[in-house]
Write a protein that binds this ligand. Structure first.
Ligand code: NAD
Ligand code: ZN
Length: 357
């Protein structure tokens, strides 16, 4: 048995208005004539948050286009642009949802590693630490703020740059930044966290470390999506901590069926992570009976639309592609169904499941 020895985020600040401390936090990280780059979710273009970014010297704000989930070519072009214009930079600050935070992590790494980010999709392939990087979530749920990966779609695969150099040096958890998120988006991303908890707590890799964080995160998800009548500041506070704890829970266990199947959707159809997980979770009674029942209750209570029939016009070739991607996620299946997972999740069984989505 080899125990995971995992690298965590360097510094954490939490609280409403903690964003205002950013200038002070970044000051010691600044290097002469090398700018801080603020990579900001394009949703905030023209919004008041941009005026609160503590720009100094030749700092630059770049709006991240997150219409699609991050691609390796986008990461490479951002890193190249920064190298061409500045040579070296002091750091990258990602302000946004999981997509923007992942972009920031990847761009930081690519400032100091040669080649393309596609070369580093996998486990522990990154050779050198990146430049200083900080993550500031504006949506809660993915756990990208604490994870050691950055999920990228490359020319041949959708896989993260998993490494000890990947976690942020600093995160700023300010729940005020999530308050304008639309209800549907907030729910999809929030459910990413709920599903992390169910998959971790119901998985065979479970241990007391994961359980401690997973149970707390689950309780916080219930507080906001089941017990609250209307969304308020308290919900934003709680969901931000749920995301953090949910991320810590899977850091020491693994996700499961919903993620494994959702990866196939995202690879073939470009379905976004949060919504894809919800589409799949809706049909997983057999694997997570209690979790799915509660999930459906939350969908109804929060008045959320979950798309249906997204696979109805696909060809058998398409189904095969999705199944290949999904069945390639071996640790996820093993966590969910045990060592004999291949006898349980046969191709035929998975084909039936995709057919229902
Ligand atoms: P997202 O970052 O893709 O953003 C979704 C939408 O919400 C975008 O249109 C964005 O502009 C908008 N948005 C962001 N903040 C907003 C705000 N405060 N108000 C209004 N709109 C806002 O969504 P997400 O669910 O946070 O992240 C999904 C991404 O995270 C995927 O790319 C997925 O692969 C990745 N992910 C990474 C990890 C990890 O460990 N690195 C884990 C899970 C998911
Ligand atoms: Zn997830």
């Amino acid at each position: 048995m080899k125990f995971r020895n995992f690298k965590m985020v360097g510094y954490v600040v939490y609280g409403r208005g903690s964003f205002n401390q950013l200038d002070e936090i970044l000051a010691p990280q600044r290097k002469e004539n090398k700018p801080m780059i603020f990579l900001v979710d394009h949703f905030f273009e023209g919004k008041p948050l941009v005026d609160r970014i503590p720009l100094r010297g030749n700092d630059r704000v770049i709006f991240a286009d997150v219409t699609y989930e991050p691609k390796t070519i986008y990461v490479d072009s951002l890193a190249q642009l920064l190298k061409d214009e500045f040579g070296q930079i002091s750091g990258v600050i990602g302000i946004g949802g999981g997509s923007t935070m992942d972009l920031a992590k990847a761009v930081s790494l690519m400032m100091n590693n040669p080649g393309s980010s596609a070369d580093y999709q996998g486990w522990d392939l990154v050779k050198h630490p990146g430049v200083y990087k900080a993550g500031i979530p504006t949506l809660s749920g993915t756990g990208a703020e604490v994870s050691r990966t950055t999920v990228l779609t490359g020319p041949t695969k959708k896989l993260g740059m998993n490494s000890d150099f990947t976690p942020f040096d600093q995160i700023v958890l300010d729940p005020e930044l999530t308050k304008d998120a639309p209800a549907n988006q907030r729910f999809y991303t929030g459910m990413d966290c709920y599903i992390h908890c169910i998959e971790s707590l119901e998985g065979t890799y479970l241990n007391e470390f994961s359980k401690s964080y997973g149970e707390k995160a689950l309780q916080l998800c219930r507080d906001v999506f089941v017990n609250k009548e209307t969304w308020d500041d308290d919900c934003d506070d709680k969901l931000m901590m749920a995301s953090y704890a949910g991320g810590m829970s899977i850091a020491y266990s693994q996700v499961g069926v919903a993620h494994a199947v959702s990866y196939g959707l995202s690879y073939l159809l470009g379905t976004k992570h949060g919504i894809g997980n919800c589409i799949v979770m809706n049909h997983l009674e057999e694997y997570y009976p209690k979790g799915v029942k509660e999930f459906k209750h939350m969908v109804e209570k929060n008045n959320i639309d979950i798309p249906a029939g997204i696979c109805k016009d696909l060809t058998e070739e398409d189904f095969d592609k999705m199944m290949n991607v999904s069945l390639g996620m071996k640790p996820l299946w093993e966590n969910a169904l045990g060592k004999d997972w291949e006898t349980i999740m046969t191709r035929q069984k998975l084909r039936e499941l995709y057919g229902k989505l």
